[in-house]
Design a protein around this ligand. Structure first.
Ligand SMILES: Nc1nc2c(c(=O)[nH]1)N[C@H]1C(S)=C(S)[C@@H](COP(=O)(O)OP(=O)(O)OC[C@H]3O[C@@H](n4cnc5c(=O)[nH]c(N)nc54)[C@H](O)[C@@H]3O)O[C@H]1N2
Ligand SMILES: Nc1nc2c(c(=O)[nH]1)N[C@H]1C(S)=C(S)[C@@H](COP(=O)(O)OP(=O)(O)OC[C@H]3O[C@@H](n4cnc5c(=O)[nH]c(N)nc54)[C@H](O)[C@@H]3O)O[C@H]1N2
Ligand SMILES: [Mo]
Length: 684
């Protein structure tokens, strides 16, 4: 069953070790049963200790995605108007010829910056991004993409404060006496955390949830703070102010391990309890209760997610939340501190396999895709190369993105596994293989593991891997050089060779099928190592973040609600998709969640088809009346496809393309909307 057994596809039944590279903190280890060359069953294995043998239903049923009726099987050329999704199959040869010609032509006529590669996590695997794709686009001198749609502000906050050190294993929740889930919903977005939180609670741990809605865990929490979206910064600063005022800040720890304490304290002093309560919409009593629970509990962990990031205050909010364990003196014990992303644990650099320095080309923020495609920039974008992403479903200002994709003078290449909403607007379609059809490596950003995934079935249809397609295109365009890593093994080898611990990773992977970072699987910062900042200290007021923040670090920007558009629309992750991945398998239509009081005032009934609208457009969708959302807030899940609403528009039609205070992050949850009943059709 080794990956290079020549007849591995011909045996009738084989079981293969694999790992899930999808965009999720858990990075599950898998066991895949293949019968006659087809995936028959996928189960969780125990190699990754966090997986513990169970999987989410999405990945357990990943075969439905692999063999989806909407799977792209052949390269194809547009054969109808843009958006109609009529294509004629062509050969890979013809596809490469056409791409090489289009890219060359664009570079000659408008300059290479008229080429925009557009990608995000996609499969999240180590081999599928920033390897041969970066080689191609860097050597071409194409526009660079700022990958800001997710976690750009949180990453900068963690970098500024702690040098992005890895913090803890999820399993260490078991040692906590207090778990604070802040802007995170593990019941959908990291399900392996849920039993650990439950077990910790059975052992007496208290649970606090900071989230505008009653998530499944909020319903079971000791304390739920349903704050107004975008007001996490005042809440965190208010807590900091109280810790200092009550003499509960750990001044010894701060003196030894932190800089910037005074500047932080100054900012927090602007947030007395009454002001915090009025801005957040929380009761003073509940804020005080959180402050005292946090001060008194040890070990206490803050599991910080991404919900607090996706608005105008997202960067400062995250930074302020991350100062809490320092101020409260929560580090240095197992089960204490914080967990955000452990993605930096391995410090592996895929770009090492690109062998191409970053060109001095212009950088385009992906959240402004619609504006970039429809506005006037010089040079204009003439070739859009989409891979690992479905921007028509996932990028703000959806109607502008749509208008951009409809441009007749734009040549759009979409490289995907599925006929996505974006692919329907392609001029040229390239079929991508899934991680089960090629070699891939996955890294968790919760679980600190690196895993190998050899191919377990042959590529479906004529699909190919990213690194193969971009490598071929490089060669076709005369952009490859002697010594470029070409094969999967060479790419992996180049990445390992560039890393001081690469040899150990390789050996550990070979021997155990899984590798752990230099910090170990469950590290203890401040015992085993100090922050990864230049001076080993926590920077509570990083100057570089202050300089790059709109209005300065820890400065609150007001709610964008207006009289016309008073309701906050949030679009959190659902358990059914991963961003928009698997959307083709979701047959049910979407529903907008609304609080009974907001519905009553507008005369909206449960199940009624309504209009949700603002200055950017409208979504026509059924309502679901529920008390699980706070009053003044409505919800449509992220990752919907156009087919999931009545008018082919999703929440991103209503999300502005404004940017977070630092990091250029998306402000999905700054959408402010109004809701109305549809006009009743005239009788007859
Ligand atoms: N099943 C599934 N799993 C996923 C994903 C998926 O789409 N589906 N996506 C993956 C990806 S790409 C990511 S980045 C992670 C995201 O993981 P999470 O951070 O857990 O996901 P979100 O749903 O974006 O946000 C979490 C919570 O924040 C709340 N929230 C919204 N606005 C605010 C606010 O202003 N303040 C606070 N405190 N809370 C707020 C939402 O109600 C939601 O419950 O999950 C990953 N895992
Ligand atoms: N309204 C709203 N929108 C959001 C969010 C929100 O909170 N609210 N959250 C955002 C977040 S957290 C994120 S991370 C983004 C994600 O947004 P995207 O980056 O667009 O991610 P996906 O929707 O998962 O689309 C990934 C696509 O890559 C394809 N793919 C997978 N593997 C491969 C591969 O190996 N090769 C190629 N060529 N293609 C592959 C998949 O089939 C899929 O169509 O969405 C954001 N969109
Ligand atoms: Mo994300």
């Amino acid at each position: 069953m080794t990956p290079d057994t020549p007849n591995r596809y011909s045996e009738l039944v084989t079981i293969h070790a694999s790992s899930c590279p999808l965009d999720c903190p858990d990075a599950c280890s898998l066991e895949v049963r293949v019968e006659e060359g087809r995936i028959a069953r996928i189960e969780g294995s125990r190699i990754n200790p966090l997986t513990r043998g169970f999987l989410c239903s999405k990945v357990r049923n990943f075969a439905d995605h692999v063999y989806s009726s909407e799977r792209l099987l052949h390269p194809a050329r547009r054969a109808g108007p843009k958006g109609e999704a009529r294509f004629e199959p062509i050969s890979w040869e013809a596809a490469f010829d056409e791409m090489a010609e289009r890219l060359r032509e664009a570079a000659e006529r408008w300059g290479a910056e008229s080429i925009l590669p557009f990608s995000y996590g996609g499969s999240n695997g180590l081999l599928s991004q920033d390897t041969t794709d970066a080689r191609l686009f860097h050597r071409l001198g194409a526009s660079r993409l700022a990958r800001t749609v997710c976690s750009a502000p949180t990453r900068l906050a963690a970098e500024g404060l702690y040098g992005r050190m890895p913090t803890m294993a999820v399993e260490d929740f078991l040692h906590a006496r207090l778990i604070v889930l802040w802007g995170v919903n593990p019941s959908a977005t990291g399900i392996h955390q849920v039993p650990l939180i439950q077990q910790a609670m059975e052992r007496g741990a208290k649970l606090v949830v900071v989230d505008p809605r009653t998530t499944p865990l909020a319903a079971r929490a000791t304390l739920h703070l349903p704050l107004r979206p975008g007001t996490d910064l005042p809440l965190a600063l208010g807590l900091i102010d109280r810790l200092f005022a009550a003499g509960q800040a750990d001044l010894d720890f701060l003196a030894r391990h932190a800089t910037g304490t005074d500047r932080l304290r100054e900012k927090a002093a602007a947030w007395p309890l009454e002001r915090v309560a009025s801005v957040t919409g929380l009761s003073e009593a509940s804020i005080e209760q959180l402050a005292s629970l946090y001060a008194q509990s040890r070990p206490a962990v803050i599991r910080c997610g991404w919900g607090q990031e996706r608005n105008r205050n997202g960067g400062s909010a995250t930074a302020a939340i991350l100062t809490l364990p320092a101020v409260g003196g929560k580090f240095g014990v197992r089960g204490g501190g914080y967990l955000l992303s452990n993605s930096a644990a391995f410090r592996l650099d895929a770009l090492a396999a690109a062998r191409a320095p970053v060109p001095p080309a212009r950088e385009i923020n992906m959240n402004r895709l619609g504006e970039v495609l429809t506005g006037s920039i010089a040079p204009p974008v003439k070739v859009l190369f989409v891979y690992n992403a479905n921007p028509l479903a996932t990028i703000p200002c959806q109607q502008k993105v749509l208008a951009g994709l409809e441009r007749e003078d734009l040549f759009t290449i979409v490289f995907d596994q599925i006929m996505t909403d974006t692919a329907a607007y392609a001029d040229l379609i390239l079929p991508a293989s899934t991680f089960l059809e090629r070699r891939e490596m996955s890294r968790g950003y919760g679980a600190m593991v690196l895993q190998d995934s050899p191919p377990v079935i042959p590529p479906v249809g004529e699909s190919r891997s990213n690194h193969e397609v971009f490598g071929t295109l490089c060669r076709r365009m005369g952009l490859s050089r002697a010594g470029d890593p070409e094969t999967e093994d060479e790419v992996v080898e180049a990445i390992f060779q560039a890393h001081p611990e690469g040899r150990r990773y390789r050996q550990q992977l070979h021997a155990e099928g899984i590798a752990t970072p230099g910090t170990g699987y469950a590290p203890l910062p401040f015992v085993d190592y100090l922050p990864w900042t230049s001076d080993g200290k926590i920077h509570l007021f990083p100057e570089e973040l202050d300089r790059s923040s709109r209005g300065g670090l820890y400065t609150y920007e007001d709610d964008p609600a207006t009289e016309r558009f008073p309701l906050a629309l949030i679009s959190p992750a659902s358990a059914r998709t991963i961003s928009s991945t698997f959307g083709q398998l979701e047959a049910r239509e979407a529903r907008l969640e609304i609080h009974p009081e907001d519905a009553r005032r507008r005369g909206v009934e449960d199940g009624e088809i309504i209009r949700v609208f603002n200055q950017l457009g409208e979504v026509v969708v059924r309502a679901r009346i529920t008390t699980s959302i706070r009053q003044g807030v409505v919800l449509l899940p992220k990752g919907l496809w156009r087919r999931h609403t009545r008018n082919a528009a999703t929440s991103n039609t209503l999300s502005p393309d404004t940017l977070s205070d630092f990091g250029g992050g998306a402000c999905f949850n700054d959408a402010r909307v109004e809701i109305s009943r549809l006009p009743t059709p005239a009788p007859g």
